[in-house]
Design a protein around this ligand. Structure first.
Ligand code: GLC
Ligand code: GLC
Length: 815
């Protein structure tokens, strides 16, 4: 069953039924001001940091799931009937409903009682505000006398404190109302120099700023007293819950359409110019008024929307594919790229599954995310890399997370996740391959943000590598620390106390438990580092890295190979995990993917065996599960992984993030049929028809799909903010279509289903456009017979951009 459809021409997903199985959301904003918006206008907004600068309030895990948002009410003043044009929060049946999520905007259109409403929500480029451009049309044969009410609930900035510290917060709320603009200024009197504002283009019939007055005692958003009676209370918030509501009266002739613009914004004043007059407590509004005036003008809104569209043209234009597969095309060309930008902007902080108060930017996550967005925003990727590297510890380890506003490492979680440092090498490698900007390696970057500790970025990469060499276990494999990529494999925790963190509680000295996954990651990263060193003419150093990689590879083959697949780890007793000798958890996905991606076993048949074992033991129609058999009980020596019921999350769920590792491994091994088949199994567009089972958005990847041990096998959870976005994008664009960035150019190395006759890719790379047509006349899965660029046959498969900014026509013949 479907709840909508793709409109690829417009780059939109069209939801045609408001009660989707879960809220289906979109993101607004791409720089500093952000919003989450569901298909029924639920969600919230914030400035830069979802926890510390939250503009509007949102209650997670609510019932109904999604209440609280950017709401409008339409009231028929003849009959007193009212409804929400976005369906929530009144949930009054609509005669027609359609929500279009597009690139950076969402439009909700509906009609009831022959009154049509359409609202387009977006954030203009370079501005700290959102626009709700609303138009209302009277389709009746007679005039309509209507009232429109807007409604948002302000958050008192720190979303965590806002949700808990009621003894204080019920007394701090303050607002100002001037010329129909509602200003939310809680804590402005003391240390804040920022406020929120909510404006409307029309003359107001009234307003409300105290939530409980607007709603009335014991009422909810579905039936506010002000809307029911058809008249605002003109309430002014002192304490309690500051709220924003405008009341506009509209008299529409038959057929008439009227536009109403609402603006919600964030504004900062210079600290010494907060008040006007200076000795008053009144907000200085001189700096914000021109902005408000500008965007209350429809002409400027149209221009801003056009600018947003062009911005996305630019982002998406970097890689466009035309293949025989519709689902791959639309994900690569539109939605997967869009999701990668969301992970760039949000990391794992704010989605409908990440509350915006929990996690900062993850060191490991952010580096992997780079793989998906570096081609779209290389300059910002550069900045991101330098920010991440500045949180690295002098010993090469890393703070597991850092806060976006302060850019400092997060002490609560600390470090000791022994995979972390290597992701920096992979992130930097991806950046270098995309841009050829070798100067980044010479950028001075501090350790732990400590002024004076700056060393070139390259030195950070060295220390990342040495971090592992200094932490080898009894088998010569890397010690795992608190966890590796799998946050839930906690081999030093041994927690028996409810509520303890599996990651930060450590009861063992950590000198025994080892990770084969980190070994694979290390080999891959050390090889990249060797290539980078060679480019810097540090040939001896490059050889050393290769020697370390070879030695690690040997340790993997000796102690990390189980006969049919790679072992996962050794626990604190030195017993293997992910081995045939185990009762449960005999085989894991991660080492199969990463060891093969590192090149281990490609020559001696281990890779093929491991991939067959994955196919036999882990692959399901809904994707590849993380391990088998699932853990049926809690194992104190394994930690959080065995805390999940079988089939969910890391305990044998389909953790989509690492499915692309197997896809890449299959592509490396030359099996294009299987690589593409695995890709399609988790591709949300290809799962659109099973929406009732899948439940999450059909236009973005989810972190997890319930595994075969779960009663809800095939059900997705935790959409949007997941490493799946970058890895699937990377796998399909660089390994299946095989248009791959290398240090010296663009490599053409497709690995596709044998039945494909060919495909086309247009790729903007280092300032040049490559229009590539791949033909597959003999139906192979991999192998390139010849490459012709601009009429001249290329030696090998690498295209060298000459920096001329030209457009090239490239013809590739597989065979
Ligand atoms: C989550 C985390 C990521 C981790 C993964 C597996 O996606 O954000 O860092 O690698 O879970 O545990
Ligand atoms: C990762 C995992 C999640 C776990 C968390 C630990 O995000 O996906 O299952 O609870 O790490 O903090």
């Amino acid at each position: 069953m479907k709840f909508g459809h793709f409109d690829d021409g417009k780059r939109e997903y069209v939801i045609t039924q408001p009660n989707t199985p879960l809220p289906w959301i979109n993101y607004l904003g791409c720089e500093a001001y952000f919003g989450l918006i569901s298909n029924t206008a639920g969600g919230y907004s914030f400035y830069r940091d979802a926890r510390l600068r939250r503009l509007t309030r949102y209650r997670y895990n609510n019932a109904p799931f999604d209440v609280g948002g950017r709401y409008l009410y339409i009231r028929d003043n003849e009959t007193g009937q009212f409804w929400s044009p976005s369906w929530q929060p009144t949930r009054t049946p609509l005669d027609h409903y359609e929500c279009r999520h597009g690139m950076g905007y969402t439009t909700i259109r509906s009609s009831r009682l022959q009154i049509e409403a359409q609202t387009c929500y977006f954030v203009p480029m370079g501005q700290n505000l959102e626009i709700w451009q609303c138009s209302v049309t009277n389709r009746r044969r007679k005039p309509a006398r209507l009232s429109i009410f807007s409604s948002i609930e302000f958050c008192l900035w720190d979303a965590q404190d806002d949700a808990t510290n009621f003894q204080r917060n019920f007394s701090t709320g303050q607002v100002e109302i001037e010329n129909g603009v509602i200003y939310h200024k809680t804590e402005y009197r003391e240390r804040r120099n920022h406020f929120a504002w909510f404006a409307c283009s029309e003359k107001l019939a009234g307003f409300d700023t105290q939530r409980d007055t607007f709603l009335g005692a014991a009422r909810g958003w579905d039936n506010p007293a002000a809307v029911e009676r058809g008249k605002s209370f003109n309430s002014v918030a002192y304490g309690w819950a500051p709220h924003g509501s405008h009341h506009v009266k509209l008299n529409l002739k038959p057929g008439e359409t009227r536009q109403i613009i609402f603006l919600l914004g964030y504004h900062e004043n210079p600290v010494d110019q907060k008040f006007d007059p200076p000795d008053s407590q009144t907000i200085n509004k001189r700096t914000v008024k021109p902005i408000i005036a500008k965007y209350l003008d429809g002409k400027n809104i149209a221009a801003a929307f056009e600018e947003l569209r062009r911005y996305w043209d630019g982002l998406l234009g970097v890689y466009q594919v035309d293949s025989p597969d519709l689902h791959a095309n639309r994900m690569v060309n539109i939605w997967n790229a869009c999701q990668c930008m969301a992970t760039f902007n949000m990391s794992r902080s704010a989605s409908f599954y990440e509350s915006g108060i929990g996690r900062g930017l993850g060191f490991r996550d952010s580096n992997q995310d780079l793989l998906g967005f570096v081609q779209m925003v290389p300059a910002r990727a550069r900045e991101r890399i330098l920010d991440i590297a500045a949180t690295q510890l002098a010993g090469g380890g890393a703070f597991h997370q850092y806060q976006p506003l302060t850019k400092r490492g997060n002490n609560d979680i600390g470090s000791g996740f022994n995979d972390d440092p290597h992701w920096l090498i992979l992130g930097v490698a991806a950046y270098l391959k995309e841009t050829g900007d070798w100067s980044i390696l010479d950028e001075p970057v501090p350790f732990e943000n400590e002024p004076g500790s700056e060393r070139p970025l390259y030195e950070h990469l060295r220390r990342s590598c040495h971090y592992t060499l200094e932490r080898l276990g009894p088998h010569g494999l890397p010690l795992i620390g608190r966890a590796d990529w799998n946050d839930c494999l906690n081999l030093n925790c041994f927690s028996d106390t409810p509520g303890q963190s599996f990651q930060t509680t450590t009861n063992k000295d950590g000198k025994v438990a080892e990770s084969v996954f980190i070994a694979g990651l290390f080999v891959l990263a050390a090889k990249e580092l060797a290539a980078i060193a060679r480019k810097r003419k540090l040939n001896a150093e490059a050889r050393r890295y290769l020697a370390h990689a070879a030695k690690m590879e040997e340790a993997v083959c000796r102690h990390g190979w189980d006969g049919q697949w790679f072992v996962r780890a050794y626990d604190d007793f030195g017993k293997p995990i992910g081995s045939k000798v185990c009762k449960e958890g005999k085989i894991f996905i991660e080492p199969q993917g990463f060891c093969i991606m590192a090149g281990i076993g490609l020559k001696d048949g281990k890779a093929r065996l491991a991939l067959e074992s994955v196919n036999k033991n882990l692959a399901t129609p809904h994707g590849i599960v993380l391990l088998q058999p699932a853990y049926t009980k809690y194992y104190i020596e394994l930690g959080e992984i065995s805390s999940y019921p079988p089939g969910y999350k890391e305990n044998a769920g389909i953790f989509c993030h690492n499915n692309p590792w197997i896809i890449i491994a299959e592509a490396m091994a030359g099996n294009g049929d299987r690589a593409f088949d695995y890709y399609t199994r988790i591709n949300p567009s290809a799962r659109e028809n099973i929406g009732q089972l899948h439940r999450c958005e059909p236009y973005v990847f989810a972190q997890m799909i319930a595994g075969r041990d779960a009663p809800t096998h095939g059900e997705a959870k935790n959409s949007w903010l997941t490493g799946t976005a970058a890895w699937t994008y990377f796998a399909v664009t660089q390994w299946i279509f095989g248009i791959r960035t290398e240090y010296d150019g663009l490599l053409i190395d497709p690995c596709i289903p044998a039945r494909w006759k060919g495909f086309k890719v247009s790729r903007v790379f280092r300032g040049e456009t490559f229009n590539i047509e791949v033909r597959n006349p003999s139906g192979v899965m991999k192998g390139v017979r010849r490459v012709v660029m601009d009429g001249v046959e290329v030696v090998g498969q690498l295209l060298h951009p000459a920096g001329t900014g030209r457009t090239h026509n490239v013809l590739v013949e597989m065979g």
